[in-house]
Design a protein around this ligand. Structure first.
Ligand code: SAM
Length: 240
C-alpha cells in the first residue's frame, strides 16, 4: 500500500520510520511518501495561507497551493486512491474505517494547519477521487500531522506480516471478529503475584472454556462502563 502525506512539516513524520511502521516500510508492505507543501508555493516567502474571506481570526490554507500539490501527487496514483483530510469537523475515524483503508491501494493525507484548508479544494478533487474529511476525536489539534501518524499506524498493523502475531489484531478492542466489536478486557502476565495482587485464578486454571467466558464477561463490563455511547448491550455483543 502507498501513503502520501502532504504537510508543511515533513519532519513531523519522522516517527513513522520507527517500530511497527518502520518495519512495514522496510519490508515494502507500506510505501510512505512525505511531501513538503511549500514546494508548490510560488512567492519568495513560500506562503501557504491567507486571511479568511468573511473575516475572523486565524489564517486559511490557500487552494492554489494545495491544488498544484495534489495535482502532482495524484497524477501517477490509482483512481482508487482515497484522499483523507484530517479535520475536527470530519466524520469519526473508527476501526471499521481503518479496516477499509487497509484494503485500498493508496491514501493521500492532506495535513491542514491554522484554520484549515480552503473548502474548494475538496469540492474540486471529489470529482475524481473519494475524499474523506476525518476526525480522530472531539478535541482540536494544531495540525493534521499527528492524525497522519494515527492513520498510518492503525492501518499498518492490519497489513499482513506487520504484527508478530496477526491473531492479536483480530482480538483487539473494536475488531470485526470480537463479539459486537466490544472493548478488550484487562490483561495480565507474570509474575502471578505482584505487590499483594494476584492474577485472577480463572486465567491460571487451564480451562480454555472458562477463560473465554471470563474474558467475555470482562469485555461486556468494560464496554458498558467505559463506552456506554457504543450502545452495545449483552445481546449485541454475545448475539444471545
Ligand atoms: N478551525 C478548525 C475547526 O474548528 O474545525 C480547526 C483547525 S485545527 C487548529 C488545524 C488542523 O489540525 C486541521 O485543519 C486538521 O488538519 C487538524 N486537526 C485538528 N484537530 C483535529 C481532529 N480532532 N481530527 C482531525 N484533524 C484535526
Amino acid at each position: 500500500m502507498r501513503v502520501d502525506v502532504v504537510t508543511v512539516f515533513p519532519e513531523y513524520l519522522a516517527p513513522a520510520r520507527l517500530s511497527l511502521l518502520g518495519k512495514a516500510i522496510g519490508a515494502g508492505t507500506l510505501q510512505l511518501h512525505v511531501h513538503d507543501l511549500r514546494k508548490w508555493t510560488t512567492d519568495r516567502h513560500r506562503t501557504v495561507d491567507d486571511t479568511p474571506y468573511g473575516g475572523g481570526p486565524g489564517m486559511v490554507m490557500r487552494p492554489d497551493v494545495w491544488g498544484d500539490a495534489l495535482d502532482d501527487v495524484l497524477e501517477s496514483l490509482s483512481p482508487e486512491t482515497r484522499i483523507v483530510v484530517p479535520t475536527p469537523s470530519g466524520i469519526p475515524l473508527t476501526q471499521r474505517r481503518v479496516e477499509d483503508y487497509a484494503q485500498v491501494p493508496g491514501l493521500v493525507i492532506a495535513c491542514g494547519r491554522y484554520e484549515g484548508i480552503d473548502a474548494r479544494v475538496w469540492q474540486h478533487f471529489s470529482k475524481r477521487f473519494a475524499v474523506d474529511e476525518l476526525s480522530i476525536g472531539d478535541y482540536v489539534l494544531a495540525g493534521g500531522e499527528v492524525v497522519s501518524l494515527v492513520i498510518l499506524e492503525a492501518v499498518a498493523r492490519l497489513m499482513p506480516g506487520v504484527l508478530g502475531n496477526e491473531a492479536s489484531a483480530a482480538d483487539d478492542s473494536f475488531a470485526q471478529d470480537r463479539p459486537g466489536g466490544a472493548l478488550e478486557g484487562p490483561v495480565y502476565t507474570k509474575p502471578r503475584s505482584w505487590r499483594g495482587l494476584d492474577v485472577p485464578t480463572v486465567l491460571t486454571g487451564g480451562d480454555h472454556g472458562k477463560v473465554a467466558e471470563w474474558r467475555l464477561q470482562q469485555s461486556l463490563r468494560r464496554t458498558a462502563s467505559n463506552r456506554p455511547d457504543l450502545g452495545l448491550g449483552t445481546e449485541e455483543i454475545t448475539g444471545q
